[in-house]
Write a protein that binds this ligand. Structure first.
Ligand code: DGL
Length: 296
């Protein structure tokens, strides 16, 4: 890709079906504190993982258009495993000059980590049934050969939505979320560092990072839990540097705007809880007319 001229008002777009991608935004801000970010939480249309591919692709196009309309976008981070699995190739084909960085379940790092050669993978139906995920699984297993590894794959229906809903509850009101996590963890089998146990758990959905404490309690201290936010942030940073798109100016903290198609209160609560951002960073897109926007 040709280097593109960058100015200080350019920004990196980040989107997810909801608040899950804030776990990636956390890592992006830590990695590139001087960049400007505009985040789109499509909470009014979540969960993507239980929708058709056509629906997710249409939303991804719409969000890309909306981000492009907000100014000069240097790159878009698709901070959603489901949207990456289903739509990233289409997006790249439709906007050949715009870099898209996706997220996918960290099977390769998990393989490098596991000793018992049993790895649990939690994700959405959309991600885990996709041909992109199957290709990734096959590729990782082929690279690992002659060693073999079993990926114990668990589609977690309702979990992303439960995490969305938990945001507006008190931080310690986690009963419903804990019950759902327990159901999925137990159906994967025994966790631990003994032979035949699952010793590594891949969080294949950006929402699940916000249930990590609960999952940790359930799988025990010996299991490695792997998410992708940091790796994606490093990859985005590398790409910005190679393409000379990095923010050039002063060491002031970059600006962050968060937009939601869902509840303004929910994004404000999530922004405060996960990113320590005040409510004035948050804005709502009116669901029935995406062009008329209300400021938070
Ligand atoms: N956070 C998303 C992911 O990483 C999507 C969850 C959903 O909307 O189903 O897959």
């Amino acid at each position: 890709m040709l280097p593109i001229e960058s100015s200080d008002s350019d920004f990196i777009g980040v989107f997810d079906s909801g608040i899950g991608g804030l776990s990636v935004l956390q890592a992006l801000r830590a990695e590139m504190p001087h960049e400007r970010f505009i985040y789109w939480a499509d909470s009014g249309y979540a969960p993507y993982g239980e929708r058709s591919d056509a629906f997710v692709i249409e939303r991804c196009h719409f969000i890309t258009q909306q981000l492009l309309a907000k100014g000069t976008v240097k790159a878009i981070v698709v901070a959603c495993n489901t949207a990456t699995a289903v739509a990233i190739e289409e997006l790249r084909a439709s906007y050949p000059h715009l870099p898209f960085i996706g997220v996918e379940p960290a099977l390769k790092p998990a393989l490098a980590q596991t000793q018992t050669m049993r790895v649990g993978v939690m994700g959405t139906h959309g991600t885990l049934r996709s041909s992109r995920f199957e290709k990734l699984r096959q590729m990782v297993l082929t690279e690992a050969s002659p060693k073999s590894c079993e990926f114990v794959v668990q589609a977690c229906q309702g979990l992303a939505l439960a995490i969305e809903q938990q945001t507006e509850k008190a931080a310690n009101d986690t009963q419903a979320l804990t019950a759902l996590c327990a159901q999925y963890v137990h159906s994967m089998g025994a966790f631990g560092s003994q032979s035949k146990q699952i010793d590594t758990l891949v969080l294949g959905c950006t929402h699940y990072v916000f249930a990590q404490d609960i999952l940790r309690q359930l799988v025990g201290p010996d299991v490695t839990i792997i998410s992708t936010g940091e790796a994606v942030a490093k990859q985005t940073h590398r790409l910005m540097t190679e393409a000379t798109l990095r923010h050039q100016s002063t060491p002031e903290t970059g600006l962050v705007q968060l937009w939601t198609t869902g509840s303004l209160q929910a994004i404000q609560a999530a922004a405060k809880r996960w990113l320590d951002l005040t409510a004035d960073h948050c804005h709502q897109v009116l669901a029935f007319n995406a062009n008329s926007e209300t400021r938070g």
